[in-house]
Design a protein. Structure first.
Length: 266
């Protein structure tokens, strides 16, 4: 598989401010990215994405005609475009606003203003999504790994599924919450459970406790997907349930690759 370098990546930049667009384009150029098409509204972004496509969408949060979330939904609900990574650049620091983007499957969230180091890390996370290689496992074929993916957000499930599929995991069943996951667990055998923390009916902590304390499922590795905003007390509670690994949203390829290699064996 041929990998793209940063200098080959084509970006659509969505930013309402002319000044900010110029600043960001200059910073992208300093990071060796020169293929940038800039637009200033949600409508222009969607029209440009549908017309030309891109390797990566880099977008602000707020526009006169909507938000970056509207762009994400358009991308993720289009089969042809669904795998396109989306990077958010925003000065927004309200947890609930950022949470919406984390749950929707962004590749990276970049603070505004950002440093060259911030940009480099976010671009690397996005490039990892584009250039994902299959995981090479020593003990068994990665294609045979059976995964139960549990998240109440369809957009988040789609994003996590794409990351896992890019790493070679093909046998993935999905559940919308812990209660539905339990029903699926009764009728199927799994090698791995990837679950969100915050869900209605039964959350990820309760689901993990059930899996760990049921003799038939106690052996299954569990990756808990959380938001960085989750408190340290919650983290301590999660670890007590026997979760094997914690993964932040955005769900990053390199981080997940290391976790899978450790949990499933190389």
């Amino acid at each position: 598989m041929q990998h793209l370098s940063l200098s080959e990546v084509s970006i659509i930049l969505v930013e309402p401010s002319d000044t900010q667009r110029k600043i960001i384009i200059k910073q992208l150029a300093a990071a060796d990215i020169n293929h940038v098409e800039a637009v200033g509204s949600v409508k222009q972004a969607i029209d440009t994405i549908n017309k030309h496509g891109a390797d990566l969408i880099v977008s602000a949060m707020y526009f006169e005609d909507g938000t970056g979330l509207d762009i994400i939904k358009q991308i993720k609900n289009n089969e042809t475009l669904a795998s396109t990574p989306f990077m958010l650049i925003s000065s927004e620091n309200r947890v609930e606003k950022l949470e919406e983007f984390k749950q929707s499957g962004v590749a990276a969230i970049l603070p505004k203003p950002f440093t060259p180091e911030n940009l480099s890390k976010a671009l690397k996370a996005s490039l990892d999504l584009i250039n994902s290689d299959e995981l090479d496992l020593e003990l068994f074929d990665v294609h045979d790994v059976r995964v139960l993916l549990v998240d109440d957000s369809k957009l988040a499930r789609n994003h996590i599924r794409r990351v896992l599929s890019g790493l070679g995991l093909q046998k993935i069943l999905e559940a919308e919450n812990g209660a539905q996951a339990l029903t699926i667990l009764k009728d199927n055998t799994f090698d791995l459970v990837v679950t969100d923390y915050n869900m209605p009916e039964m959350d990820g902590r309760e689901l993990s406790e059930f899996i760990r304390f049921n003799p038939e499922t106690a052996h299954i590795p569990i990756i808990m997907v959380t938001s960085e905003s989750t408190s340290s007390l919650h983290m301590a509670n999660i670890h007590q349930t026997g979760v094997n690994a914690l993964c932040d949203k955005p769900f990053e390829v390199n981080e997940v690759r290391k976790m899978l290699a450790s949990l499933l064996g190389q």
